[in-house]
Design a protein around this ligand. Structure first.
Ligand code: ADP
Ligand code: MG
Length: 198
């Protein structure tokens, strides 16, 4: 089967001394749950940034869908917007012509699915780390892409919260059939979640 994402001889050089990636070859099939593991500074975020399109390779080629969604380690929510507005913003940006009410309903649906029914009007600073990450995942799901990228999304959370979010993420994967690529520094986490570890 033709892979959904294909990296060939991919390289990213920031300067003569800083070569983050060199000759990376990787094929990812639709519906895969891939974990990318490696030590700090090994180029995991750089790789994910190139798959997301935030960054571009200095060598090689990359085949990927135009739109992918990303969940960041620090959730990267806009601090002056509520949880609801953080999610609504993405829906508004992606679907031209939806009414305010439809946008709101769609955002509420994603927040409720992530267990945040009672927190939709809270600002990021009023939420726990786990709740913020849930909003970040809700926002990524609201983007309605086939590919979901996550960059060490649970590394700042306690063990119990991480286990809860692992269960949610597996459920999302099974129910949506999305292709998930997650960066982790934990071998244990990768073994728990992924169907393939890179
Ligand atoms: P990881 O996510 O695996 O911890 P990164 O992909 O963030 O690693 O970084 C890989 C290497 O590239 C590191 O040596 C880092 O210092 C370097 N690097 C990352 N981003 C930049 C940048 N914007 N400019 C220069 N060097 C960078
Ligand atoms: Mg990183």
């Amino acid at each position: 089967m033709e892979p959904l994402i294909k990296l060939e001889k991919l390289g990213r050089k920031f300067s003569a001394e800083s070569v983050a990636l060199k000759d990376v070859n990787l094929e990812i099939q639709k519906g895969d749950f891939i974990c990318i593991i490696g030590t700090s500074g090994s180029g995991k975020s750089t790789l994910l940034n190139m798959i997301s399109g935030i960054d571009t390779p200095s060598e090689g080629t990359i085949k990927k869908p135009d739109h992918v969604a990303m969940v960041f380690q620090n959730s990267a929510l806009l601090p002056w917007f509520t949880a609801l507005d953080n999610v609504s913003l993405i829906i508004e940006a992606q679907t031209k012509g939806l009414s305010k009410k439809n946008i709101r309903d769609e955002a509420l649906k994603h927040l409720e699915l992530m267990g945040l029914k009672n927190f939709v009007d809270k600002y990021p600073h009023q939420l726990s780390g786990g709740q913020r990450q849930r909003v970040g995942i809700a926002r990524a799901l609201a983007a309605n892409t086939d590919v979901l990228l996550l960059d060490e999304p649970f590394s700042a959370l306690d063990t119990q919260t991480t286990i809860e979010l692992h269960i949610d993420l597996i459920k999302i994967w099974q129910e949506t059939g999305k292709t998930i690529i997650m960066v982790s520094h934990s071998i244990e986490e990768a073994v728990t979640l992924a169907n393939r570890i890179v």
